[in-house]
Design a protein around this ligand. Structure first.
Ligand SMILES: Nc1nc2c(c(=O)[nH]1)N[C@H]1C(S)=C(S)[C@@H](COP(=O)(O)O)O[C@H]1N2
Ligand SMILES: [Mo]
Length: 423
């Protein structure tokens, strides 16, 4: 029998069946069927739920409801219903959350692509709607597929090309997540019972995903799953190292802040934006030029770096953990406690929120607000030193914020002004 010929089907009819993607015979892979689709679906059900939760948690970590400078989505309305004051314990909280969010997201890419491939015939099926229920199901499917692709693409682009969405990544990724998740819930309600049935009994023949005129198989369904799993494993092992130091970081070939050498010595750990990128001029950070301006209940205090260094200094071992998923192990920071700075301007034992501003003139992260609980934590510092040395220009010289459990963006570098009290 010739390739593609089906007994009992005339040549002309056979051709008509294969002409357009909406005809069942057009899709020939013998791998498609409810079993493969259901296995991939169940993996994504678990994985995407974790992505959604860690994503929402990550958003809360910015303290967006604290001050307008922290809020990239001021029109979120009830979507911010779950926001909570971000804690300072455990100090690796954001590091873990964001490492899981980004590494898992990257690892799931092959599974997502395989799942979309496995249901492609359905996306083209005609008529577009057989009933109102069917129409709603298909609309939810479009939002589901579109939403999933949108979330994965914006997420990956944000990691790989820092500046592709100047300032708008958070808005796109946040609203996209909600649109996607609404469709995801509809899809789950409609499909989970069937997926579970499919995994228990094989009823391949009756399903619309099964090709009526399959090509001869070149790999088994299990083989195909191993292939997808292998792709995921490869992405995992070339990404996960970005959350660790030393040799492990070198394995993070796919991560922009893995692989390469961040330099050696006390300041030899990952740098997000360099001083040059941020437009920091060494003339304005020099000892005779730079002054920290602290404002609060009792007025304004101006301190040179030498004066800061004569205040009581404290140490804290804390990581830098970026929204992009990379993080450092704990670095040993030394500087002035934020709550001691609050006390200098009239908040003796009730530290309030603070607005921190840097020398940087442009850019979304040149300033950030910290909540009272973060100011009060004895490990929260305006750091002058790291690992026993002056901060390097790229790590925020003359002074930077470091707060336990906070996302990297709240650890403002090149600090010049701190305003305690009403934001
Ligand atoms: N002024 C200023 N501070 C900043 C940033 C910035 O762009 N400008 N980036 C933040 C981000 S997103 C991160 S992850 C950390 C990175 O700190 P590092 O470069 O010392 O590792 O700095 C934060 N502080
Ligand atoms: Mo970051």
């Amino acid at each position: 029998m010739g390739r593609g010929a089906v007994p009992g089907v005339s040549r002309t009819y056979g051709r008509a069946m294969t002409r357009s993607p909406s005809s069942p015979g057009f899709w020939r892979s013998p791998l498609r069927g409810p079993w493969l689709t259901s296995v991939l679906g169940v993996v994504l059900l678990g994985g995407i739920t974790v992505l959604f939760v860690t994503g929402l948690v990550s958003y809360a970590a910015y303290n967006p409801n604290l001050a307008p400078v922290n809020d990239k989505t001021p029109d979120k309305g009830i979507l911010g219903f779950y926001l909570f004051p971000w804690p300072t314990d455990p100090h690796w909280l954001y590091r873990l959350n964001q490492g899981v969010h980004v590494t898992l997201g990257i690892t799931l890419i092959p599974v997502l692509l395989a799942k979309l491939w496995s249901v492609i015939p359905r996306l083209f099926a005609l008529p577009p709607a057989r009933s109102l229920a069917h129409a709603l199901e298909r609309i939810s499917l479009l939002l589901l597929v579109g939403g999933a692709l949108f979330e994965f693409v914006t997420g990956v682009l944000n990691i790989q090309l820092d500046y592709i969405f100047p300032g708008s990544f958070y808005t796109l990724h946040f609203y996209g997540a909600w649109v996607f998740f609404a469709a995801f819930i509809v899809h789950l309600v409609l499909k989970t019972p069937m997926a579970l049935r499919n995994l228990r009994h094989l009823r391949e023949e009756k399903d619309d995903l099964v090709s009526p005129r399959p090509d001869p198989p070149t790999v088994s369904r299990r083989g195909a799953l191993w292939f997808v799993g292998g792709g995921s494993l490869l992405l995992f092992v070339t990404t996960v190292g970005q959350s660790f130091d030393g040799l492990l970081r070198r394995t993070a070939l796919l991560a922009p802040h893995g692989g390469g050498d961040p330099g050696s010595g006390p300041n030899g750990f990952q740098i997000n934006k360099t001083a040059r990128y941020a437009g920091i001029d060494t003339a304005e950070t020099a000892e005779d030029a730079w002054r920290l301006v602290v404002t609060g209940r009792t007025g304004t205090v101006r301190l040179s770096r030498a004066e800061l260094a004569r205040l009581p200094l404290h140490s804290a071992a804390l990581p830098i953990a970026c929204v992009e998923g990379w993080s450092t192990s704990d670095q040993w920071w030394r500087g002035v406690r934020l709550r001691d700075l609050a006390a200098l301007v009239g908040y003796d034992d009730d530290p309030p929120d603070v607005l921190v501003e840097s020398l940087q003139r442009r850019g979304a992260f040149r300033r950030a607000a910290l909540r009272a609980n973060q100011v009060a934590d004895p490990r929260s510092l305006l750091a002058l030193y790291v690992n026993g040395e002056d901060l390097s220009p790229d790590h925020g010289f003359p002074a930077r914020i470091i707060v336990p459990a906070a996302p990297g963006v709240l650890n403002t570098k090149w600090v010049v002004r701190m305003t305690f009290g009403d934001l």
